[in-house]
Design a protein around this ligand. Structure first.
Ligand SMILES: Cc1cc2nc3c(=O)[nH]c(=O)nc-3n(C[C@H](O)[C@H](O)[C@H](O)COP(=O)(O)OP(=O)(O)OC[C@H]3O[C@@H](n4cnc5c(N)ncnc54)[C@H](O)[C@@H]3O)c2cc1C
Length: 392
């Protein structure tokens, strides 16, 4: 991909930058820069109102085809949107799981009725989604999912436990991987169900994290219900659909994530300048290395996106997760080292973290969620390099 932008792209950049400048003010001034990694709990209602404002202005689903209500913007314009959004301090999106994971899955695998029912709620910012994959005995070994769903009459009845479900406490819907045929081989008996979260059969128990917040929860399904038509793909095709969702996770928004990383790196550099560590050759090396790592991420993302293989994971995309996760974890360590003793002192009583401390604690999870580093290496070894499969 040519990483330069055209005149029309630059005009679009001015349009979105102007819109953000105008709209991230007044009642929305408070959400500027909030809700990012480690801060996901902050100001949910206000950020939900912001999500609706984005929806009203047509800034949700900008890459979706027009026939499903999107704007079908070019890849470079999507990149510009996410870059400008992060540059302006746009808040962490409460609708990102719906927009970035669920919607592409429905567009790719869903029925016409599913598109008509579920995409408008994502696009307007009204309906919030969470991802119900992991369970106590199914994380890296996702095919081991034990949550059962049984077809009874015109509905599915669901029982079992999910865990680490981000945003479950505020979600309206969950896309849950469930076992619908216990007699089939592990990968075959699964189905991808769309389950309403606000019903008697769903109990949500928040988990307290290192940052002191509870961004994720345990979710217990006890005879929860969803209509029969809320299965994406055929019953038994859940594994294929679930893997498609994970491939969409590496979409254009990764460029916006990199802009957030740039903001964090800038904060680390500012701290190093403030306390004099920027003059120390060891810190200068590490900061320069961090900057180089971020440039590499950018060019790899542009390369990956320009050869997007849809629901398939390209070789380049296989590198993406392990590279950014390791880079971000190391940035957290660099931030603490730059702060020195100051990093070990809390800003206020009893447990108020500074932005870099919060970032550091959150980055400990980067190499776990979305597929751990070890699993990424297995994927690269087996699928990109054709090495023998790991003994099971
Ligand atoms: C912040 C955060 C948010 C999350 N949000 C969600 C969410 O919204 N929805 C959801 O469904 N899940 C979510 N998760 C769960 C996440 O997907 C899992 O934690 C992850 O897949 C790892 O699974 P596990 O925790 O069961 O660890 P395990 O799979 O038990 O792994 C434990 C350790 O063993 C290693 N390991 C496992 N298998 C192998 C192997 N074959 N070879 C080498 N090493 C191996 C792992 O790399 C890891 O270091 C979230 C997790 C975090 C931390």
């Amino acid at each position: 991909m040519d990483a330069r932008f055209s005149e029309a792209d630059e005009a679009f950049r001015r349009e979105i930058a102007g819109w953000l400048e105008e709209n991230l003010s007044g009642e929305f001034e408070a959400v500027r820069g909030r809700g990012g990694p480690g801060d996901e709990h902050a100001l949910f209602e206000e950020r939900h109102a912001w999500e609706r404002r984005l929806g009203e202005a047509g800034w949700i689903g900008i890459g979706w085809p027009q026939e499903v209500g999107g704007r079908d913007l070019s890849l470079s314009q999507q990149v510009i949107f996410y870059e400008e959004y992060a540059r302006a301090g746009g808040p962490g999106r409460v609708g990102h799981i719906g927009e970035g994971l669920l919607a592409p899955t429905i567009i790719h695998y869903g029925t016409r009725q599913q598109k008509e029912r579920f995409l408008p709620g994502v696009r307007s910012g009204d309906e919030i989604w969470c991802q119900g994959y992991s369970e106590p005995n199914a994380g890296s070994d996702l095919a081991n999912v034990q949550t059962r769903a049984e077809r009874v009459g015109d509905e599915w009845r669901i029982s079992g436990q999910k865990v680490w479900t981000s945003g479950a406490a505020t979600a309206d819907w969950c896309f849950a991987l469930c076992r619908t045929d216990p007699s089939a081989p592990k990968h075959k008996g699964l189905s991808y169900l769309l389950v309403p979260m606000r019903q008697d059969g769903v109990e949500i128990r928040p988990i307290v994290q290192l940052t002191g917040d509870s961004e994720f929860s345990e979710v217990f399904f006890d005879d929860a219900r969803t209509p029969a038509e809320n299965v994406v793909g055929a019953p038994g095709d859940g594994w294929k659909v679930a893997m498609g969702t994970l491939a969409f996770e590496r979409g254009a928004s990764t460029l916006g994530q990199q802009m957030l990383f740039q903001n964090e790196l800038d904060a680390v550099i500012a701290a190093a300048k403030r306390n004099g560590r920027a003059g120390d050759p060891v810190y200068r090396q590490r900061i320069a290395q961090a900057w180089i790592g971020l440039r590499i991420q950018r060019y790899n993302a542009l390369r990956t996106l320009s050869q997007s293989a849809g629901a398939e994971l390209s070789r380049e995309a296989m590198i993406t997760k392990i590279h950014w996760a390791t880079w971000h974890r190391d940035l957290g360590k660099l931030a603490m080292d730059v702060l020195g003793l100051e990093g070990e002192v809390l800003d206020g009583a009893p447990y108020r973290l500074g932005a870099l401390q919060r970032m550091y604690l959150f980055t400990r999870s980067d190499t776990i969620y979305g597929g751990s580093n070890q699993i990424q290496r297995n994927i690269i070894a087996e699928r990109a390099l054709g090495l023998p499969r790991e003994p099971r």
